[in-house]
Ligand binder design. Structure first.
Ligand SMILES: *Cc1c(COP(=O)(O)O)cnc(C)c1O
Ligand SMILES: *[C@@H]1O[C@H](CO)[C@@H](O)[C@H](O)[C@H]1NC(C)=O
Ligand SMILES: *[C@@H]1O[C@H](CO)[C@@H](O)[C@H](O)[C@H]1NC(C)=O
Length: 551
């Protein structure tokens, strides 16, 4: 009763007070307040960050504007900038960086010589340490083709020569290219057990394939009348989904994967579905941990709520279909799967710059098209976000698929899986090691309870093995490529790990700098905008010339 009294009295009081206000002003203020609330809701809906996250970021933004704090932050950023410069440029002994066009033509020999010089160990400034020996398996992921088969390389050279100037935006000029893109897409769809109702396009890479899928589902949602479409995303999904959501203005509902299996729980996905859901996502396997989400259960959820399911098989797309024995359900045979991304430029072994996005129907692909009917330049249609595209990427991908054929992909897939399993079992037996998930397709992820994970990565890097650090939770992974299946990589790697753990255990503080300093320093920073700034400083420096002093 007292509460009601209180509310009533105050209501009356406010009501009386309002009588004194000019009615026009009052209605204007109410309209403005309403508009502002709608604006807040809208901003909240199209951002990929939660309310708390944004409130905290706003708080940090103002704190960072206090003169003292601003000075301190600027100082740290300058220090970071300096150390990144040292890392990228210090050992760069190259001179005469080009800032202007050469006045006259340069000869073929000079151009080719220059390009060889740019890339060799002594001159390449991109790597402060020795350039990692990626062709001998010293880097996680990154490159996939062994690049040793001269006949294969000659095939790509020939195709590039023939198609270097082609443009698939003009099928009438390049009918051969049109056919190649149709064939590559179809071969991938068949490989993924899709039928004649399926469709797809080639894209520039895994991230672009994911962008195409998210674009399709956003447009589908908008057509269904959803104003603020959302993606339901396992926390283990690739960063490209966050990029696509940011680019296309979708909100993300992130589902944390449990820290024992590192596989998303279907019940959590189901609970997150609402009337704004544009699509759900599963990975086969995911990038951080190499585990495969329960695609069959996710498909059932998708069917039940009429929500499309995208399967990210950027990694698994050219591996899982070629395993002889047990099948991992992930392709178009699984009811409810609406699209799959599969990277021709990863385990498809093609030169970089190509991937395929496959849809379960022709209608879904339609949602990725851009068409313009009223442009002064004419009626326009493009299947992907790009306009003109280079036909050479299509031609060499087509060449790679024909050159390898099913047998080579089978051999390579089995070798990658056998290596992954051997490394996983080796790691499992090491001191303090805990596997992050039981992935056995192409990625092994681990954390260590005795030594610091980032110090371990850094020490391994100093000893020639570049691994990928993971965060939230802290850990590290190795993506096994055909490079790692050669010789006794497994033995060498496991011995190096064993030794690194032992050395670190003896002397935990011996390793500082590099990965250890960067991740060790940033992982506990609550203000993630600072971390984003640091990442931008890195990118800035990639485009920098070596400092004047060293030139
Ligand atoms: C590599 C990868 C991607 C992104 O591919 P890019 O070709 O680097 O754009 C997406 N998802 C997974 C699982 C990947 O491994
Ligand atoms: C430059 O290269 C040398 C020799 O490879 C190495 O010892 C040194 O640490 C490098 N400097 C930096 C800043 O990375
Ligand atoms: C060629 O096209 C692919 C996409 O198909 C793109 O990733 C790549 O950057 C392009 N390369 C060049 C040199 O144009």
């Amino acid at each position: 009763d007292r509460v009601i009294d209180l509310v009533y009295n105050n209501y009356m009081f406010l009501n009386d007070a309002a009588l004194d206000v000019n009615p026009l002003l009052l209605s204007f203020l109410s309209a403005a307040a309403g508009g502002y609330i709608v604006h807040l809701i809208y901003v909240q809906r199209i951002t990929t960050r939660s309310i708390l996250d944004r409130l905290f970021a706003t708080f940090c933004f103002y704190v960072k504007r206090l003169p003292i704090i601003r000075g301190l932050i600027q100082e740290s950023m300058d220090t970071a900038d300096q150390s990144i410069k040292v890392m990228i440029h210090k050992n760069d002994s190259s001179r005469d960086w080009l800032t202007t066009l050469p006045a006259g033509p340069m000869s073929r020999q000079d151009i080719l010589l220059r390009s060889v010089q740019y890339d060799n160990r002594e001159n390449s400034g991109l790597y402060a340490r020795e350039k990692p020996d990626f062709l001998n398996g010293r880097v996680s992921g990154a490159v996939f083709n062994l690049e040793q088969d001269l006949e294969e390389l000659r095939t790509y050279k020939g195709l590039f020569g023939q198609y270097a100037f082609s443009n698939p935006l003009w099928p009438q000029c390049f009918p051969g290219l049109r056919r190649m893109e149709a064939e590559v897409t179809k071969m991938v769809i068949t490989m993924l057990n899709g039928g004649p109702e399926c469709s797809g396009t080639m894209t520039a890479g895994g991230s672009m394939s994911i962008h195409q899928a998210i674009l399709a589902y956003r447009n589908r949602a908008i057509k269904k009348g959803i104003l603020f479409p959302e993606i339901i995303l396992p926390s283990s999904a690739h960063i490209a989904f966050f990029k696509a959501a940011e680019m296309f203005g979708l909100a993300i509902r992130q589902i944390a994967v449990p820290e024992d299996t590192f596989v998303v729980r279907p019940a959590d996905v189901k609970a997150a579905i609402n009337s704004n859901t544009a699509c759900i996502v599963g990975s086969a396997p995911n990038y951080p941990f190499g585990t495969v989400d329960p695609i069959e259960e996710l498909g059932q959820i998708g069917l039940k709520y009429d929500v499309p399911l995208h399967v990210d098989a950027c990694c698994g797309g050219f591996l899982i279909p070629f395993f002889a024995d047990e099948q991992v359900p992930f392709d178009f045979r699984v009811p409810g799967v609406s699209s799959i991304s599969a990277d021709t430029h990863k385990y498809g072994l093609a030169p970089k710059g190509s991937s395929v996005i496959a849809f379960a129907s022709k209608e879904l692909r339609r949602f990725t098209y851009f068409t313009g009917a009223n442009w002064q330049g004419g009626i326009y249609a493009s299947p992907t976000i790009e306009g003109s595209r280079n036909g050479s990427a299509i031609a060499v991908t087509w060449g790679a698929m024909l050159y390898h054929g099913e047998d080579a992909y089978k051999n390579s897939a089995e070798a990658v899986r056998a290596t992954t399993r051997a490394i996983r079992e080796g790691i499992r037996g090491m001191e303090g090691m805990q596997l992050m998930g039981e992935g056995d397709i192409c990625i092994v992820a681990w954390r260590n309870s005795i030594v610091d994970d980032y110090a371990l990565s850094e020490l391994m890097e100093r000893r020639g093995f570049v691994l990928s650090p993971l965060q939230f939770p802290k850990g590290c992974h190795l993506m096994v490529t055909p490079m790692h299946t050669k010789g006794d990589f497994v033995g060498t790697f496991l011995a190096a790990m064993e030794k690194a753990i032992a050395d670190l255990k003896k002397n935990p503080k011996s390793v500082t700098g590099g990965t250890c300093a960067f991740y060790g320093g940033t992982v506990n920073l609550p203000d993630r905008d600072i971390v984003k700034d640091l990442a931008s400083i890195y990118l800035d420096n990639v485009y920098e010339f070596p400092p004047e002093t060293s030139r």
